[in-house]
Each structure stands twice: as structure tokens, then as C-alpha cells.
Ligand binder design. Structure first.
Ligand SMILES: Cc1cc2nc3c(=O)[nH]c(=O)nc-3n(C[C@H](O)[C@H](O)[C@H](O)COP(=O)(O)OP(=O)(O)OC[C@H]3O[C@@H](n4cnc5c(N)ncnc54)[C@H](O)[C@@H]3O)c2cc1C
Length: 462
């Protein structure tokens, strides 16, 4: 229950009916038709049991649900897709506000901004932005939510040259705990604007976000695949190579064990690889020269080519539809040869993908205009994940991820990355100490009663 629940009444069936009459969207309660669809997260390994699910269709719907929850001692958890649902606490007294019906996107070439409603996926923005000659700071997957991704930082293919997505937000429209729809930007609600850009979903329900678009540069991108048996040689070479490339190159070193399922195309199905994926923001000839040392290792497949911005969300081959997954990430200060050995030793099934992304470049640059996510000063980000079609397999994957994290512990940073933390994490590990204290003060100012529940909640300073 909300911390302000001492004088509130749980909703009666009359109250529920009254709320339904006010909504354009739907309110679904346990046991009602559509309940299992409504409560489902993109990550099918997460079994969500909220008090109710509100399938909102407008800002007014969000205001109605927030006011209702506040009045009746319930909490509110915003959710776009449920990609990040695994870290959510119990939803017992929580209305899950799903924004998936709010997917409108407007591209404004003049101001070089895109405005995306809260339920928009990255693919909804990437394509219309590209049609007008722009690129946006999406991540590796086309169907991750723009809002959830960006509020947690947002580290994508242009991260080393353009920084985190949260630091390219122009404005956020959100409903706060007192039921107001506000616009937070540099001039309005500046503390809230700072907090939400990296502080996640603890401060309100975002109804729309305005993000900066960049002129689409020339892009040279792709992946090279080698049989997994060559992982030590390839990953050591990649590790040395990343020291030599400019900030215009963002890359991933990865071990991949693909399951033998029909959804995976034939050349990859059931096979294991070591691979390097990379994006270079520049001309093809320069990109080919930059990647030549990797090509000299004789990859079995090489997909590098000059590409359009619309190709980038598919480069990492993330699953195109909901799947059950168990994973977790960590930041690493360094990646010495012994860490590559650890990667080879622990990147084995049931883990499907073990990846390491070099950071640096714009990611490490602190700027006064940044939001709470600030800069990521670590050297590398690691993420490990496996398919979990049954709870038993989920436990086995969990244990494998634990083994990976233990093997990398000697190089672990004190801080961890919000979006790659798929388990509950002490929130003070997500930020520098002063940033965390400021976030708690902003939480106290805007949601002292802790109405909003995020996957990585910021506790109020009250
Ligand atoms: C396949 C896959 C690929 C990924 N690739 C990347 C990547 O390349 N880079 C990267 O940085 N991360 C990546 N992630 C992590 C991803 O960014 C996080 O899981 C993110 O939280 C997903 O946002 P979502 O809205 O899709 O998920 P959700 O689970 O819907 O949202 C996550 C959290 O965001 C907040 N939130 C969502 N919508 C709202 C709203 N309207 N108002 C307020 N708060 C809201 C809530 O606190 C919610 O719990 C990936 C995850 C997956 C599963």
C-alpha cells in the first residue's frame, strides 16, 4: 500500500465501475476475460499479478488512474512493454498502467525532434525519422519501448559517438502523483526533468517524450561470425582492436549459443558462435579499413556493409517478439586478458548470449546539461541472458548468470547500469552518491508518498 494509505478505503465495485466509465481505455481485474493477456509482460518468464491492469489510451486516462490509485491506497506501476519487468517488486496493491495503446509518433524535421507517446516502440520512431533523413538513439532491439529505455539511460549503437539516449531528451510529459499533467524540460520543472532522465519510472507516468534527432550519418555496420571454438583468439583480438578505434565505432564482443528453434533462420539455428558486431558512423571505405584487422581473422560469415539507419535495430538479432528470458548485467572497470578468459570459460549454455560492450567516448563525458544518468565512467558493460521456457530452466540460467558475474567480479565497477540490471539492485549502485541523494530529494518533492513503483525504485528522502 502507498505510504499515504492510513485514511484511504480500498475501492468498491461501485468505485471500479465509476473509473471504468471515465476511461477511454480498459481496466481489467483478475479473473476477468482478457486478464492473462493484460497482465503479460514482454519477458514471458515474468508472472505479473497486479491488483488491476489499466490499458490507457490518453493522458486523461492516466490522470484518472493515478487519482483513483491515490484515493484508494493503491500504487501505480507504469509499463510500456515489460522488457524490464523482471526487477519489479510484488504488484499486489498496484495498478499496472500499460501504455501499449499510445503509440503515436510525430517527427518535426524543423526542430529536429521526435515526439513519441508513451507506448511507442523504437521501430515506431526509427522508420519515420529515417524517412526524413534522421537517426535516433535507439538500442539493440526494435521492440523495446522508447520511454522505458530512455528513462533508464539508453545505450545503443551510437552510444560512443552521441552518448546515452537520456541525455538527448528535450522534454517529457508526465502525470505526477498529485494527478497533474506536466511538461518537464530545461525551463519547466527542471528538477523533475533532470531526475527522470536516468532515474527511471519513479516520478510519474510519462505520457509522451520528445527526443532529439540527429542527421543520419553514413553508416558502415554488421557482424562477423566465427565458430565458438575460436572464441579465445577472436575475443583477445577484438579486445586489442577496441583500443585502436575512434569513438565513431561502437562494438560488441559476444558469445552466442542459438537454440534449435524454428524462429531462428537456418544458417544460425542450433549453432554456437563468437562474434563481433559494430557500427561505424562514417564512409564505407573507412569502415572497411577500420574492421580489416578483424576480417584478417577469417570470419565464417561477414555481414558488414554500408547500411541505412533502419538496419541498425536488427543488427544485434534480438528476438522480434516476446520471449521468456533470464539475465543480468554489470559494468566493468577494465577487461584485461584474464577477463577474456573468464568470458570464454563461462559463456556456455544454458546462457544464450554473453556480450561485452566497450564504453568510453561520449558515454564518459559529464556535461552540465545531462540528466541524472550523467556519464558512465566504467570501461565496459556486460550482459548475459538465456531462454527460460520453464521455471526449472530459468533457475539453471540464473545460476549460469551468477557464475558469469562471479567470474567477472575482480573487474566489476562500483556502479551498475540501470537498463542492464534485470534483478533487483540496491538503487545507490545505479548512481554516484550525490546524484542518488538528489534523486531521493526530487522523489520526496514529487512523490513523497511513493505512489509510483518502478522496476528500480528510488526511495523518497522523506
Ligand atoms: C531484447 C532486449 C534488448 C535490449 N537492448 C538494450 C540496449 O541496447 N540498450 C539499453 O540501454 N537497454 C537495452 N535493453 C534494456 C531495456 O532498455 C530496459 O529493459 C528498458 O527498461 C525497457 O523499456 P520498456 O519500456 O520496453 O520496458 P518496461 O518493462 O515496460 O519498462 C521498464 C521500466 O521503465 C519505466 N517506464 C516504462 N514506461 C513508462 C512510462 N510511461 N512512464 C514512466 N515510467 C515508465 C517503468 O519504471 C518500467 O518498470 C534491452 C532489453 C531487452 C529485453
Amino acid at each position: 500500500m502507498s505510504a499515504l494509505s492510513f485514511d484511504v478505503q480500498p475501492p468498491s465495485s461501485v468505485d471500479i465501475r465509476a473509473l471504468r466509465l471515465r476511461l477511454n481505455g480498459d481496466l481489467v481485474l483478475p479473473g476477468e476475460p482478457g486478464w492473462d493477456d493484460a497482465r503479460r509482460a514482454w519477458n514471458l518468464a515474468v508472472d505479473q499479478h497486479p491488483f488491476a491492469v489499466a490499458l490507457v489510451e490518453s493522458e486523461a486516462d492516466v490522470v484518472s488512474v493515478v487519482q483513483f490509485a491515490s484515493l484508494h491506497g493503491l500504487r501505480v506501476a507504469p509499463q510500456g512493454t515489460g522488457h524490464g519487468a523482471s526487477a519489479l517488486e510484488s504488484l499486489e496493491d498496484v495498478i499496472l498502467v500499460k501504455t501499449e495503446r499510445m503509440r503515436r509518433v510525430e517527427i518535426d524535421a524543423g526542430s529536429r525532434t521526435a515526439r513519441a507517446e508513451a507506448g511507442a516502440l523504437w521501430q515506431d520512431v526509427v522508420e519515420p525519422a529515417a524517412e526524413q533523413g534522421f537517426i535516433v538513439l535507439h538500442g539493440s532491439s526494435p521492440d523495446v519501448g522508447v520511454v522505458g529505455y530512455t528513462l533508464g539511460g539508453g545505450m545503443g549503437w551510437l552510444a560512443r559517438s552521441r552518448g546515452l539516449a537520456a541525455n538527448s531528451v528535450v522534454a517529457v510529459e508526465l502525470v505526477t502523483a498529485d494527478g497533474r499533467l506536466v511538461r518537464a524540460d530545461r525551463d519547466n520543472e527542471p528538477d523533475l526533468f533532470w531526475a527522470i532522465r536516468g532515474g527511471g519510472g519513479s516520478f510519474g507516468v510519462v505520457t509522451a517524450i520528445e527526443i532529439r534527432m540527429y542527421d543520419a550519418p553514413e553508416l558502415y555496420a554488421g557482424a562477423m561470425f566465427w565458430p565458438v571454438e575460436r572464441a579465445p583468439e577472436v575475443l583477445h583480438a577484438w579486445r586489442e582492436w577496441v583500443e585502436t578505434v575512434p569513438d565513431d565505432v561502437t562494438s560488441v564482443g559476444r558469445i552466442l549459443h542459438l537454440p534449435p528453434v524454428p524462429d531462428i533462420p537456418e544458417p544460425f539455428r542450433g549453432k554456437s558462435f563468437v562474434l563481433v558486431e559494430a557500427v561505424f558512423t562514417g564512409p564505407e571505405a573507412e569502415g572497411a579499413a577500420l574492421t580489416a584487422p578483424l576480417r584478417a581473422l577469417g570470419p565464417e560469415m561477414d555481414t558488414f556493409a554500408a547500411v541505412l539507419p533502419t538496419a541498425l535495430p536488427h543488427l544485434h538479432m534480438d528476438p522480434p517478439k516476446p520471449v521468456p528470458g533470464v539475465g543480468d548485467g554489470m559494468l566493468l572497470d577494465e577487461l584485461p586478458p584474464a577477463a577474456i578468459e573468464a568470458m570464454v570459460a563461462t559463456g556456455t549454455p544454458p546462457v544464450l548470449s554473453l556480450e561485452v560492450r566497450p564504453l568510453g567516448g561520449k558515454l564518459a563525458e559529464a556535461s552540465a546539461g545531462n540528466g541524472a544518468v550523467g556519464a558512465l565512467e566504467a570501461g565496459f558493460a556486460l550482459f548475459a541472458v538465456g531462454f527460460a521456457p520453464t521455471p526449472e530452466i530459468g533457475v539453471a540460467v540464473e545460476q549460469a548468470v551468477d557464475r558469469i558475474k562471479a567470474a567477472f567480479a575482480p573487474w566489476e565497477s562500483s556502479r551498475t547500469y540501470f537498463n542492464f540490471a534485470e534483478r533487483g539492485v540496491a538503487p545507490e549502485r545505479l548512481y554516484p552518491a550525490e546524484t542518488y541523494r538528489r534523486l531521493r530529494r526530487v522523489k520526496a518533492q514529487y512523490d513523497g508518498g511513493e505512489l509510483f513503483l518502478a522496476n528500480h525504485p528510488i526511495p523518497s528522502a522523506l
